[in-house]
Ligand binder design. Structure first.
Ligand code: ZN
Ligand code: ZN
Length: 246
C-alpha cells in the first residue's frame, strides 16, 4: 500500500521531543515523503509553547528544498490540541484559523480520566469544531470510549480518526491499543470511514514509521481507498486548507 505522508509529528517546541523543524523536514525528505505535518502540542501540555508560536506560523515556508536530493517536500504547520474536560480545547479561533491541520487528542496531564460516557461526550463535542480535522490516538485504553459513536461522529462531521503507530510501540504509555485499534478499523470499514496512519514522531528517526499500523491494516483487511496516506490530494480534502481554498 502506498504511504506518502505523515501528518502527526513533534519538534523541540513541544517540550518533550528532540529535533528541530529543519531536522524533521530533512528526515522527511530523506524518507521520500511527499508531505509532512508538524503538529506541536498546544499550550496546556506542560513544557510546550505559547499561543504566539501558532499565531505567527505565517512566517514558515510550506515547502522545503532538499539540496542533496534536488527535490521539494511539502509541509503543513499544525497543532495537536489537548482535549480538556467536557471537550474544550486549548487554543483559540485566532490561532486555529492559521493552522493547516489540527489534531485533537486526550493526554493524561490535561484530561482527568473520565468514564466511558464522559470521554465519548468529550470527543463528540470536539468533533463539532470546524477547525479540527483529526482525532488523535483514540485507542488509549486508559480513556475508554464508545468506538461506534466515535466512528459515527467522525462520519457526520467529516473528521478523520487516527491509527497512531506510536500506540502500537512497546515504549508507549498508552494501554491496550492493539485491540482497540482493531475494533476501530473494523467499524471504519463497516461505515466506509477513512483513517490516517501517523507516526506521532518525537524524534526525526521516527518520521514515517508506520510499520506496526500498516501491519494491523493488513491483518484486518482494511481497504486501501480508506487510508488517506495513499494520496496527498486525498488527505488534503480533510485539512483546513480545503476549507480555506473552497
Ligand atoms: Zn508528545
Ligand atoms: Zn498525542
Amino acid at each position: 500500500m502506498k504511504d506518502v505522508l505523515d501528518a502527526h509529528t513533534h519538534t523541540i517546541v513541544s517540550g518533550h521531543a528532540y529535533n528541530t523543524m529543519t531536522e524533521m523536514m530533512q528526515a522527511a525528505a530523506e524518507k521520500n515523503l511527499e508531505l509532512l505535518a508538524i503538529t506541536d502540542h498546544a499550550p496546556a501540555m506542560p513544557g510546550s509553547t505559547h499561543p504566539y508560536y501558532f499565531s505567527n506560523s505565517d512566517m514558515i515556508d510550506r515547502e522545503y528544498y532538499h539540496e542533496k536530493f534536488g527535490k521539494i517536500t511539502r509541509y503543513l504547520i499544525g497543532v495537536e490540541l489537548n482535549i480538556l474536560p467536557g471537550g474544550d480545547i486549548d487554543l483559540g479561533p485566532k490561532e486555529l484559523a492559521k493552522m493547516d491541520v489540527a489534531i485533537a487528542s486526550i493526554h493524561p496531564p490535561c484530561y482527568p480520566c473520565g468514564d466511558i460516557v464522559e470521554n465519548t461526550r468529550a470527543y463528540l463535542r470536539v468533533m463539532e469544531h470546524p477547525y479540527i480535522n483529526i482525532i488523535g490516538h483514540p485507542d488509549d485504553g486508559r480513556f475508554p470510549v464508545h468506538m461506534e459513536a466515535l466512528v459515527e461522529g467522525a462520519r457526520k462531521h467529516g473528521k478523520v480518526l487516527e491509527l497512531n503507530n506510536h500506540s502500537l510501540d512497546s515504549r508507549t504509555t498508552r494501554r491496550g491499543a492493539r485491540d482497540i485499534d482493531r475494533g476501530m478499523l473494523l467499524l471504519c470499514k463497516k461505515y466506509g470511514q477513512p483513517v490516517i496512519v501517523n507516526s506521532d514522531a518525537h524524534t526525526d528517526t521516527e518520521i514515517g514509521n508506520h510499520a506496526a499500523a500498516f501491519q494491523l491494516i493488513e491483518e484486518t483487511g482494511f481497504p486501501a481507498d480508506l487510508v488517506l496516506n495513499t494520496s496527498v490530494s486525498l488527505f488534503l480534502k480533510y485539512t483546513n486548507l480545503s476549507h480555506k481554498n473552497a
